[in-house]
Design a protein around this ligand. Structure first.
Ligand code: SAM
Ligand code: SF4
Length: 365
């Protein structure tokens, strides 16, 4: 660059991605794709940091839904013993041990089709209050929510709500028949009416095509604002489910998905989630280089149920040390329910982009 000339940064945060642009990013030569994703990652994140999360299955199994990948669906004989809602003290104990091990986000997951306005929901609200008071980000994944329930979760101090779209709208119907893609989007919209942040991503290995992956990324990257958190799961094949014999996802496809998500949604936390146990340290290192900056870890070696295994705290601490990575503290971006600046900044940026695009229509990325 000539001396004195200013480097003009392209506008990285966009909500107007077209499927063919996403495909072009996704299909780039792999190392070029990783390099671009890594460069963008460094612009928006501390690349030495990884957020360690702990998923607690607060209510396990006997779910009426028919998600073809899930160990908790009552439709399949997966050998998972159903368990009633955990008591609050047990959850708080797990969260305390997680925090001692460097975890800064605890995700409370329930095998429910939807949340109901009942004593169990009230109990979850109490869990959120207690764990948040420990200075840990709390995420919940409880199935579908009404606007009123989202509001009550917000009032309890919930930091994030997870509700994955899992795959493309087209492929979704072949994976789940007991609810629609639009049902999922409606819940996400209900969460967006509050200051609770959104965690939404998908699963690789459900028999989807590359077009399905592009379509899922398109849905996520055109949300305004982008989900603050984007989990990339790799199918954990569960015996007894319709997907028990699904082909294994080649690692380069996972890496492409992570790098593409990082480029499309530069500010989001990209979570290398289920299926990480099948990746070597070197493969995980490449995922961190390409922009993944969160993992789920565990004290029991299982991420959700015993059918979805996970590395444990000790193994992850050793891996992060070897790679020279540190654990991200909670509330790093001050995105507490009381701090909604992420969203208002995104809106201001979008308005600025729309004004600019009126003057200069966008070309290919
Ligand atoms: N019942 C809630 C729901 O469906 O939203 C929460 C259930 S579960 C904790 C949430 C997510 O875990 C699912 O949306 C799916 O993306 C992921 N998941 C569950 N089983 C999985 C598996 N066997 N392999 C990969 N991801 C899985
Ligand atoms: Fe039930 Fe959630 Fe599993 Fe689907 S993913 S079967 S809704 S627990």
């Amino acid at each position: 660059m000539p001396r004195g000339s200013k480097q003009v940064m392209p506008d990285d945060i966009r909500y107007d991605w077209q499927p063919e642009e996403i495909r072009a990013v996704h299909d780039m030569p792999l190392l070029e794709l990783v390099f671009r994703a890594a460069s963008l990652h460094r612009r928006y994140h501390d690349s030495a940091e990884v957020q360690v999360c702990k998923l607690v299955s607060i209510k396990t199994g006997a779910c009426p839904e028919d998600c073809a990948y899930c160990s908790q669906s009552s439709r399949y004989d997966t050998g998972i013993e159903p368990q009633a809602l955990m008591d609050k003290e047990t959850v708080v104990d797990i969260a305390r041990r997680a925090k001692e091990n460097g975890v800064s986000r605890v995700c409370l997951g329930a095998a429910w089709r939807e949340a109901r306005d009942n004593a169990q929901f009230d109990c979850v609200l109490e869990m959120i209050k207690e764990v948040t008071a420990m200075d840990v980000e709390v995420c919940c994944t409880l199935g579908m929510l009404t606007e009123g329930q989202a509001k009550r979760l917000e009032e309890a101090g919930l930091f994030a709500y997870n509700h994955n779209l899992d795959t493309s709208e087209e492929h979704y119907k072949t994976i789940i028949t007991t609810r629609t893609y639009q049902d999922r989007l409606n819940t996400l919209q209900n969460v967006r009416k509050t200051s609770v942040t959104v965690c939404c991503g998908g699963i690789l290995g459900l028999g989807e095509t590359v077009e399905d992956r592009i379509s899922l990324l398109h849905t996520l990257a055109t949300m305004l604002p982008h989900p603050e958190s984007v989990p990339v799961n790799i199918l954990s094949k569960v015996s007894g489910t319709p997907l028990e014999g699904a082909p294994t996802v080649p690692f380069d496809e996972t890496l492409r998905m992570i790098a593409t998500a990082r480029i499309l949604m530069p500010r989001s936390v990209v979570r290398l989630s289920a299926g990480r146990v099948g990746l070597s340290t070197s493969e995980q290192a490449l995922c961190f280089l390409a922009g993944a900056n969160s993992i789920f870890s565990s004290e029991t070696g299982s991420m959700l149920t015993s059918a979805v295994p996970s590395p444990d705290y000790d193994a992850d601490r050793e891996m992060l040390n070897r790679l020279g990575l540190k654990m991200r503290p909670p509330f790093k971006d001050q995105l507490t329910p009381r701090h909604v600046s992420f969203r208002s900044t995104a809106r201001q940026e979008q308005e600025r982009l729309l004004r600019r695009n009126d003057r200069h229509p966008p070309g290919p990325a």
